[in-house]
Structure formats: structure tokens, C-alpha cells
Design a protein around this ligand. Sequence first.
Ligand code: ATP
Ligand code: MG
Length: 342
Amino acid sequence: MNRIFSGVQPTGNLHLGNYLGAIRNWVKLQVDYDCIYCIVDMHAITVWQDPARLREQTREVAAAFLAAGVDATASIVFNQSQVPAHAQLAWICNCVARLGWLNRMTQFKEKAGKDRENASVGLYVYPNLMAADILAYRATHVPVGDDQKQHLELSRDIAQKFNNDFKVWIERAGYADGIFFPQPESVITGPATRVMSLRDGSKKMSKSDPSEFSRINLTDGADEIAQKIRRAKTDPHPLPDTVAELQKRPEADNLVTIFAALSDHTREGVLKKYAGAQFSAFKKDLSDLAVSVLGPIGAEMQRLTADPGHVERVLREGAERADAIAAPIMKQVEEIVGYLRV
Ligand code: ATP
Ligand code: MG
């Protein structure tokens, strides 16, 4: 059976990168897969979060999922910390993963920055928790943006090492092929798997970027969207007529990619229309397009956040359904690793 797991951290306002790289694809995947969509609050606290804001943002991210078209009756929507299996399996993943594997993780290097000694241990083992998130449901497919590819490969390594280390006991538990955890596959799709910052074409758009002008939030109004796009960094040349030329200009490429993703076209298609155009004209059309796609989502988010009781009911019910899948898997894992249960 194919099962999807994916998550977003409640670390701030969701932005266009989260939408195009992840959530927009989630909505489509609901048709063919059993989907579990998680607000990963345990990941969020790997860097400092104000407790009151964390709770608020957890509700907001849930509202964003629903507003973007996630169907909480067909799919499971919940926040990570309400299901104990995540923490329980994360510890086992900590013991399976090797230091050498984690030392290669580029996200830790980027997020810890120069002051690495002062980063939390949680930030370092973040990818092990992510492996636990996926494996706790024995998920087979994980839709993420391009930035999470490396973490997903680590999840695969952990799954494989667990299967190898405990082969005999896995077979004894009734898995004749010795495979307890399937190897989760990344699903990195869509025309915008890596949306870049509007201020710097070499950095990805992030919730944690201190500059508000680096990103377009799902809750931004029409004026904010237009202002941010107008101010987006570009170069002085008109738009080129080929993708090969475009790729040499990261900021221009980013805006064309966003245009393509929002309008369900390819970059070629966008260039066909805008080759030779000045950025002023292109940015105007991009703003209108972004407002037409994000406007209704932002409005629906506002409606949902005004009714926290509804969002909380969705999360409570989602957590119960998630736990019903993960708890029995966790029980088997505990038996396989040799925890005594008396
Ligand atoms: P933070 O800065 O706190 O890490 P983030 O913006 O990176 O926040 P996450 O919650 O870490 O957001 O990631 C949620 C999902 O969004 C993941 O699937 C991730 O791959 C995807 N994603 C994040 N940023 C981008 C981006 N710029 N382009 C495409 N996908 C992205
Ligand atoms: Mg991130």
C-alpha cells in the first residue's frame, strides 16, 4: 500500500515556497494516496520558539493546509507532538543513525551558522526525528521541496540499517522478507521545487529569513504582494527567449519559475509570452497572478483562524487517527529492538 507522509514546521507564516514546493502538490496527491499531513511542532522547537506563538502558529499552519485544499476527512491532519510514536521512534533512530551521516547534513550547517557550538542538539538530530516521522507510519512516499532531499536520503539509510541490524528479529516478528520499514521515496515534483528568496537568488525562500521582503506569505494582502514583487531583486536586462539564457540569471529565473508554477505552465511557455519584456511589465502581471491564486487562500485562512475551535477539532481527530496507525507499528518496533514489556 502506498502511504504519503509530509510535514511543515509551525515556525512562522507559510510562504510561496512552502505552497509551491509542498502543499500545492499535497492537494493533488490526495486523489491516489492515503495521506498524512503533519504540523511538526517538535521540529520547530529545535530553534527557540515563543510558547504562545508556537501554539498560535500551529493553528495557523493547520488553517493554511485546509485553506489550500487539504481535505481533513480524506487525509489525516494533526500536530506531531500529540502522537507519542514520533518521540519514541526518534530515540531509536538516534541509535541507528551514525554521527558521520549527520555531519554531512547541509541544513544543520546553514541553520547553525558560525556559532555551531551554541546550536541545540535537537537541531543536529533533526533529520533523525524526520526519519521517525516517516517510518512511524511506514510511509512509502514523501512529497517535499528540493531542500529536504538530503534528509530523505538519510531516512532511507536509517530504514535500511534498521532492517539489516534487526533482520533476524524482524523475520521472527513475521516479516519473511526481513523488511520492516519500506524505503521511503521522495516525491519532488512541480515546476517550483526550490523557490528562491526575492532578495537573494542564491538563498531559498524561508520562514526563518529575517527579511519580510524575501518572501511572499500566504496571508499577504494584494498590496503587500505587489510591493514585494516590485521590490524583488532583478537585473537590468529584458527577459530572454530561452530557458538556457534564463538559467544564467538566478533572480529572473526565480520569478519566471514562480509565474510558471502559479499558472500551471512551463518556463518555456512563460518566456514565449514575455521574451523581450521589461521586468516592470512582467512584475505587474506576476503580481496580479499571485494575488489571484493566493488571495482566496489567505481569505479562507482568515476565516478558519477566526474559529480556533474548528481547527482544534480537526487536529484532535487527526491525532487520534494518526495514533491508531503509529501505535501498533511502534509496539512491533519495541519488540524487535528487545524492550521488555511486562
Ligand atoms: P524554516 O526556515 O523554519 O526551516 P521553511 O520555509 O524551510 O522554514 P519548512 O517547514 O522547513 O519551511 O518546510 C516545509 C516544506 O516546504 C518542506 O517540504 C520544504 O521542502 C518545503 N519548502 C521550504 N522552503 C521551500 C522553498 N523555498 N521552495 C520550495 N519548497 C520549500
Ligand atoms: Mg526548512
